[in-house]
Design a protein around this ligand. Structure first.
Ligand SMILES: NC(=O)c1ccc[n+]([C@@H]2O[C@H](COP(=O)([O-])OP(=O)(O)OC[C@H]3O[C@@H](n4cnc5c(N)ncnc54)[C@H](OP(=O)(O)O)[C@@H]3O)[C@@H](O)[C@H]2O)c1
Length: 304
């Protein structure tokens, strides 16, 4: 297959390309061509501006599948203008991709679009599955706007898979990379109250779910890309401490995080318990790492 990927230079995208390029031709759409070329010497790299249509859109023509991961990182201080960027990089970025698909004479068979478990809002007590109602906070609104743009691809007869990603665990990025330094310095601990839910997933399972969504033409709609065993922040920190053989005793106070991340601290201070019901029952995905401890051991003890 010939597969186009946006956001390929990011944490998830780098691992995805590494695995997909073994058996497929890869077209990377990037705002940073030099970086993309040095990361992916075997791929075709296309320069693009995700907010504007243009010549780059013609490169979608003839691709078999599109994986849309691009979006401004949310782990930064949320000023009003940065919040707009978080939203527009996803909403307008996805609109331009769907527009490109509509213009293509040889259309891709599938669009796999990222979304996030932030769709459901946050709660210490509720449990969410793919059919749960959306939340109303900022991230929930961003996810709804993002998914709404992707939905339009169905009107032009292209199969759509939306992945509501949980907190992705892997060696070279994401939340874990940020949590690990204090742990190594013997001062790691729960962020905030520790009672908030962390719906995590190992990066290999993200790649596995995307591969299955690409290859199985029966799969359509929303799938939660989370492990079947979410944990609380306290459990995550305790397990991380066990795996790293470091004590987990010093909670990081919410105020310190809020000073650092502003409203963005919400992402780690509040969480949601999400179960991958359709991913298990409809996709019948078999997880490489359903349990947190073996996922963390694979990352820190076995190198991946
Ligand atoms: N990692 C997680 O735990 C997690 C959880 C839930 C949802 N997600 C979602 O999954 C997607 C991929 O996650 P990730 O962790 O791999 O993200 P990432 O490491 O932040 O990479 C995202 C990529 O998006 C592009 N990008 C960055 N800023 C942008 C902007 N302002 N406008 C347009 N494109 C921009 C960049 O690619 P170029 O510079 O090459 O264009 C970047 O490499 C994201 O949309 C994220 O929100 C991730």
């Amino acid at each position: 297959m010939k597969i186009a990927i946006t956001g390929a230079t990011g944490f998830i995208g780098r691992e995805l390309v590494r695995q997909l390029e073994r058996e497929n031709g890869i077209v990377v759409f990037s705002r940073n061509v030099e970086k993309a070329k040095s990361l992916f010497p075997k791929a075709e790299v296309v320069a693009y501006n995700p907010k504007e249509g243009g010549d780059w859109q013609t490169k979608i023509d003839g691709c078999d599948g599109i994986i849309n991961l691009a979006g401004a990182p949310i782990s930064q201080r949320w000023t009003a203008s940065y919040k707009r960027e978080i939203l527009e990089s996803r909403q307008i970025g996805t609109r331009r991709i769907v527009e490109a698909i509509a213009k293509a004479s040889n259309k891709p068979r599938v669009l796999i679009n990222a979304s996030a478990v932030g769709y459901y809002g946050t709660s210490d007590t509720e449990t969410y599955t793919e059919t749960s109602a959306p939340g109303s906070d900022f991230l929930a609104q961003v996810c709804q706007a993002w998914e709404k743009e992707a939905e339009k691809v169905r009107e032009i007869g292209v199969r759509l898979v939306i992945l509501r990603l949980g907190i992705v665990l892997g060696k070279d990025g994401g939340v874990l990379a940020k949590m690990i330094t204090p742990f190594r310095l013997f001062a790691g601990g729960p962020l905030g109250s520790g009672k908030q839910w962390v719906s995590w997933i190992h990066i290999q399972d993200v790649v596995g779910i995307i591969s299955q969504a690409l290859n199985n033409p029966q799969l359509e709609g929303v799938f939660n890309a989370t492990s079947p065993n979410p944990v609380t922040m306290l459990q995550l920190c305790q397990t991380l401490g066990e795996v790293l053989k470091r004590p987990s005793w010093l909670p990081v106070p919410p105020l310190a995080l809020q000073l650092l991340l502003g409203e963005g601290a919400q992402v780690v201070l509040e969480g949601q318990k999400v179960l991958p019901k359709r991913t298990l029952e409809v996709m019948r995905y078999s997880y490489c790492y359903p349990q947190l401890k073996s996922a963390l051991e694979a990352i820190f003890c076995k190198g991946g």
